[in-house]
Design a protein. Structure first.
Length: 249
């Protein structure tokens, strides 16, 4: 075990180079949105945009670099956990593929189906921006890149916010639910740029459900599967069907 002060510093540093920093920027972004001349419901939050749409080869390089670098904080978190004696187990392995796939698919359905309704209700209430899950140019590599981006998001968020953070907070003596709620609030916060409905509230609930699942199973892999499925459906589905999704705007 490492000393409690070192754990606190480590947590702040890991979050500071990853999703904690994203939360700070998201809070600033929602302040910007709320003080803008347009109502929040008339603003757009774009995920997965093209960087250089006029040069597809360079755009692809940007996308792949972002995906590769985006998973580094998760690798850092796993590295730090493995340096602890004895190293804690977070279930990031392929030892139970059937359970991981089945539980992941079930969690994706549990979160995703109500999530669609929450997106629509949030926009009708004016508490969320219009979310554009994918804005890549229609090039041959768009769908594979969106799938990779979905997996990268899942690995980063579930390893750092669930596997790493809940493990470290437990080592600090936190109770299960205070740790789960803290993780869920941070998760909601770095989605605030999308608004208060599906962005903050939806991801807060997702964090509570995922945190409870991890408490019961000590496996993060089903959460990676679930999150990947949710984002793949959102990103790829929107890219392929955006002309028929007017009901979401």
């Amino acid at each position: 075990m490492i000393e409690r002060r070192a754990i606190r510093v480590e947590i702040l540093l890991v979050l500071g180079v990853s999703l904690g920093a994203s939360a700070i920027y998201a809070i600033l972004r929602i302040i910007d949105r709320l003080t803008f001349v347009k109502p929040l419901s008339q603003q757009t939050a774009t995920l997965n945009p093209s960087v250089t749409p006029d040069r597809p080869w360079l755009d692809l390089a940007y996308q792949l670099a972002g995906i590769g670098l985006g998973v580094v904080p998760a690798l850092l978190a796993v590295h730090l956990l493995r340096r602890t004696e004895p190293p804690p187990t977070i279930g990031l392995d392929l030892g139970r593929p059937g359970f991981d796939l089945g539980a992941g698919a079930g969690l994706a359905a549990l979160i995703g189906i109500p999530g669609l309704a929450l997106v629509w209700v949030s926009q009708q209430l004016g508490i969320s921006a219009q979310i554009v899950p994918a804005a890549l140019e229609p090039v041959w590599w768009a769908v594979p890149v969106l799938i990779l981006a979905a997996v990268q998001n899942a690995v980063l968020e579930e390893v750092v916010m669930i596997g790493y953070l809940l493990t470290r907070l437990r080592e600090l003596g936190w109770g299960s639910w205070p740790a789960i709620v803290t993780s869920a609030v941070v998760r909601g916060s770095y989605h605030l740029y999308q608004g208060f409905g599906a962005g903050f509230a939806g991801n807060l609930v997702m964090g509570l459900v995922f945190g409870y699942f991890f408490k019961r199973t000590q496996r993060v892999m089903p959460l990676v599967v679930a999150h990947s499925l949710l984002d793949i459906v959102a990103f790829v589905g929107y890219a392929l069907l955006k002309d028929h999704l007017g009901f979401l705007t």
